[in-house]
Write a protein that binds this ligand. Structure first.
Ligand SMILES: C[S@@+](CC[C@H](N)C(=O)[O-])C[C@H]1O[C@@H](n2cnc3c(N)ncnc32)[C@H](O)[C@@H]1O
Length: 245
């Protein structure tokens, strides 16, 4: 495919990720968290020779990055945004895979259906990025992740209840979080750590959380845009944890 043809194909797709496809073509993702800065917040270990599972991969930015970093095998899975009623399609993933001449494998599967049997085995490293808070049953989902993780699970998630020291999870019945009815829960760090240990991980380490000044800036924006109470929004953030088997 020529760069002109690729550019035209890229323009036809509603992208989530910013993926560099070469020849100056970067997909115009609408992820407000931005793919490349988000990558820095994952504190990825050396992936050389590792098998990697990317759950909720969507356009596949993190899957392709794992492959680029030397993973021996990468499986990207998704369901909701791969043509099952979500905010996107699988077209971006498929085009990027072709353009990058990538060997990343794919499987359409709901998070809650993931098991060793369904995937045909387990993986050294599992990415669970931006998915947990979209699920109605977060602890059950983390148990599913534990079953297919051999070494390390990386969880990146929306967080809430950050002024509460005890383990706590905010529950969003409808569109309370960002006007999005697919957002169901926001754990604080103690709850996420506890759930991960209960799911079978031995050691859980916080590797990144959104600094307070950025949470304050977001809370102000929310206040101006939707009238959301400052104290509630200030308790919300993002965090990344590494959970070791
Ligand atoms: C906010 S996007 C995050 C995409 C990507 N992991 C990232 O961090 O940029 C949430 C992803 O989770 C997927 N997802 C949500 N619920 C799901 C479910 N029940 N089963 C499978 N995937 C799901 C969506 O399709 C979407 O790709």
């Amino acid at each position: 495919m020529s760069p002109q043809e690729l550019r035209a194909e890229v323009a036809r797709i509603p992208w989530w990720h910013h993926i560099n496809l070469g020849n100056g073509i970067v997909t115009p993702g609408r992820d407000h968290e931005k793919s490349v800065p988000k990558l820095d917040r994952l504190a990825l270990p050396d992936l050389t020779g590792k098998t990697v599972l990317d759950v909720g991969a969507w356009d596949g930015f993190f899957s392709f990055e794992a492959e680029r970093r030397g993973a021996s095998r990468v499986l990207a899975t998704d369901y909701f945004c791969w043509d099952h009623g979500g905010w996107g399609t699988k077209a971006g993933f498929e085009l990027a895979r072709r353009a990058l001449d990538s060997k990343v494998e794919d499987m359409d599967i709901d998070v809650m259906d993931i098991s060793k049997e369904a995937l045909g085995g387990s993986f050294d490293v599992v990415f669970f990025l931006g998915v947990l808070y979209h699920l109605r049953h977060p602890l059950l989902a983390l148990e599913r992740m534990a079953e297919v993780t051999d070494e390390l699970l990386i969880v990146e998630t929306h967080a809430d209840m950050l002024f509460t020291k005890r383990p706590a999870i905010a529950f969003y019945e409808t569109t309370e979080l960002n006007g999005d009815e697919t957002n169901w829960c926001g754990p604080n760090l103690a709850a996420l750590e506890g759930m991960l240990r209960a799911a079978g991980f031995k050691r859980v380490e916080l590797v990144w959380n959104r600094p307070f000044y950025l949470r304050a800036a977001r809370a102000l924006r929310q206040r101006l845009k939707t009238g959301a109470p400052l104290l509630s929004s200030l308790q919300q953030g993002r965090m990344t944890v590494h959970a070791w088997k």
